[in-house]
Write a protein that binds this ligand. Structure first.
Ligand code: GTP
Length: 459
């Protein structure tokens, strides 16, 4: 996980201190990174009492990351969630850039339609750069002290790459934290998104809007009042090509069914059905548009009727040609998890699709997997999959989740009987990223995993 120490914005953590006294917490050794800590002495002392008692462990609290480019409607969504009736007591964290100091932001906890405000700043505060210690520990401490909220919404700055932030909370789940990553929700400014995606970064890296769309579990196409329904159709289809597994909804003023964004357990279950949806969308896209070259630049002979008057809403065929979704379907009865993981690690960590090189030692030939420098760097932003592992009891399925360079493979409870998640073959793996060349990926997979061409299909 790469991160930069530049531009560290302060982060403010909300408290609900409704009816709580404010006091300094100088002697709290667990919270070195918090300043202006607001402590309710009664709550603090009951926390200390609880340290030694046998009370049941705290229920884990879901955290949803809300991301999206500047002005896409993130704050509008937060306001909407905080004031809507629901069963959660929601706390909001803003991970803003420092032009307002990050200090004077109004922090909110919404409960049953009521919003109360308080704020707290992390001294070194920057969730995206300073990693776990500051962000996660501070939130955990706050939860112990306050215990007043049971859901956290983290709004990233519009310029943030959600990957590192998601990784912190996702991996923290494995470390036994009291919070877990529920999902990544991305707001898309329907009118301006094409312009934002066209912005090139000097170092050639992916721009943030592209990453925000690619990593989403839920995509909210907001501000649809500013585009035609035809443009909205096209936008939705294009988003699906970039991110085939996210669920997509269109909104105005971020008014979305809260079940669509809250408590979605996106990092928990992976359903074959969801992956089928990606498959179907990708197949449709291939049928509609026979451009197999992932590096094809739109607008240079693509043949589509570009809207010349308004580049912000021009119905270009794809939003971002470099990012796409690729699905591998394994038709074998099971998959060799060890071999698969080894291959995956090369894809994720070495950023290339390994190719076979035949090395001759005297009369013997050896296969070596190498990187080919003539191909673009591979940047996988998200992986989702489900498969039946080799040499495990019948019915065993494992789920794979990945965010940038991190991945996790866990056994999943079989949903046999529901008919929902039945896999015909060994399973499916979906990759979202840049540099995904379907045919090279397929060839590499076949050689690496010692499979025959009929064993795997790619779309
Ligand atoms: N026309 C229109 N305006 C909207 C819609 N949703 C939000 N807005 C307006 O767009 C502006 C930006 O919305 P915000 O919710 O502040 O966007 P944001 O993503 O939080 O913006 P940043 O904090 O700058 O990243 C505000 O003036 C909103 O009222 C919509 O669906 N249609």
């Amino acid at each position: 996980m790469s991160s930069s120490d530049d531009d560290c914005p302060p982060v403010a953590v909300p408290l609900n201190n409704n009816a709580l006294d404010h006091a300094n917490d100088d002697d709290d050794e667990e919270m070195p990174d918090l300043v202006e800590t607001l402590v309710d002495s009664a709550v603090a002392s009951s926390k200390n009492d609880n340290d030694n008692d046998d009370s049941p462990p705290m229920k884990k609290i879901p955290i949803t990351i809300i991301t999206g480019f500047l002005g896409s409607g993130k704050s509008t969504l937060l306001d909407y969630i905080l004031t809507e009736k629901h069963d959660f007591k929601v706390a909001v964290i803003l991970n803003e850039f420092g032009d307002t100091g990050g200090i004077d932001q109004a922090m909110n906890v919404g409960m049953g339609g009521e919003v109360v405000e308080e704020w707290l700043e992390l001294k070194n505060g920057c969730l995206c750069c300073t990693v776990k210690d500051n962000g996660v520990m501070a939130i955990e401490n706050l939860m112990k002290k306050k215990g007043k909220f049971d859901y956290i919404l983290l709004e990233t700055t519009g310029l943030a790459d959600p990957g590192p932030i998601a990784s912190i909370f996702w991996m923290d789940d494995d470390l036994g934290s009291e919070i877990y990553l529920d999902g990544i929700v991305t707001l898309v400014d329907s009118r301006n998104v094409r312009k934002e995606l066209a912005t090139k970064k000097e170092d050639g890296s992916l721009n943030e809007t592209a990453k925000q769309i690619a990593m989403a579990d839920r995509l909210i196409l907001n501000k649809t009042d500013l585009i035609t329904s035809q443009e909205a159709d096209q936008l939705e289809e294009d988003c699906r090509t970039m991110n085939g597994v996210a669920q997509i909804v269109r909104t105005q003023h971020s008014r979305v069914d809260l079940n669509f964004v809250l408590d979605i357990a996106a990092f928990d279950a992976v359903r074959a059905k969801e992956l089928e949806q990606a498959d179907a969308a990708l197949k449709k896209d291939q049928d509609d548009h026979d451009h197999d070259d992932p590096n094809h630049i739109h607008g240079d002979g693509c043949g589509h009727d570009h809207n010349k008057d308004d580049t912000t809403t021009a119905p270009s065929r794809h939003l971002d040609q470099s990012i796409k979704t690729t699905t591998l379907t394994f038709n074998t009865p099971t998959l060799d998890q060890k071999l698969f993981e080894h291959w995956l690690q090369i894809l994720l960590w070495e950023h290339h699709i390994p190719e076979v090189d035949i090395v001759v030692h005297g009369s013997a030939e050896d296969q070596k997997f190498v990187s080919s420098s003539q191909h673009p760097k591979l940047d996988i932003l998200r992986v989702k999959g489900i498969f039946k592992p080799l040499d495990r009891p019948a019915g065993t399925k494992v789920v794979i989740q990945g965010v940038q360079e991190l991945y996790d493979i866990k056994e999943t409870v079989s949903s046999a009987g529901t008919g929902q998640d039945d896999l015909e073959g060994a399973g499916k793996i979906v990759f979202i990223g840049r540099g995904l060349d379907n045919q090279r990926l397929l060839a590499s997979c076949l050689r690496f995993m010692k499979l025959n061409s009929e064993d795997v299909s790619v779309v």
